[in-house]
Design a protein around this ligand. Sequence first.
Ligand code: Q0Z
Length: 286
Amino acid sequence: MANAVHLGSGKVRELYALDVERLLLVASDRISTFDVVLPTAIPDKGRVLTGLAGFWFARTRSICANHLLALRPDGRSTECRRLEMLPIECVVRGYLSGSGWKDYRKAGEVCGHRLPTGLRESDRLPEPIFTPATKAQSGHDENITREQAAQIVGAQRFAEAERLSLALYNFAAAYALERGIIIADTKFEFGTDRTGGLVLGDEALTPDSSRFWPADQYAPGGLQPSYDKQYVRDFCEKIGWGNTYCHHELPAEVVEGTRGRYVEAFEQLTTLRFNDYLANPSIVLS
Ligand code: Q0Z
């Protein structure tokens, strides 16, 4: 890290430049709920997310090129190709939740996709939809129509990003469902390399960039439990910080329960032992 230049901080990650062509993404153990970072870390959360993202990058290469160059031995750092990032978030929704549910209730559509009437919160959609959003510098990303997205990145780029996003989601959602996890929705970030080709970047198909639901508890008609963050939500709720600024330290049993859920998601999806990943992170790549 001696020569790495810090480029920026996300809520739970750090970004460094290694040289002109390579970046280092470092996933911390910080956790956020309702867009707020909590004061208590979840041990190994950054390693679980890094390992999962690496696993998906390795398994989706035939669908779409990606930025991954290597996982570092610390298990939380990804060396990647430096891209020119598209200024839109590429969201795919297979189920009606979050801002998708909000927009549907208001207008019967999401990002210009007219949906059947009578859908309930968390219902599975007739087919997955591509619902682009702007990248807000601060505050919340805003859903935009396909036409608006096409104006921002160009019609050709838009069509390619939509096609790749849907293909990636369809592959991963089917794979995860066989292993007991519903990926309700997910966000991809694409960039272009020097040849102009679209490349999948950032972190993809992790619980931080997606909504993971336990399939065995799926009950449409309301909010679903979060696969990874439910212990934290329940705790914040219990102490009266339902969905606002929760800055209380988490009790040890909430930390341990949450760590267990992350590790469980990793092991169910990769069919690898998390301890084996810690010993040699590159095992998720083969
Ligand atoms: C990712 C982000 C983080 C703060 C830029 N391969 C790439 N090439 C160029 N830029 C990026 C990537 Cl992944 C890129 N972000 C998001 C990550 C901290 C912001 F760890 N921003």
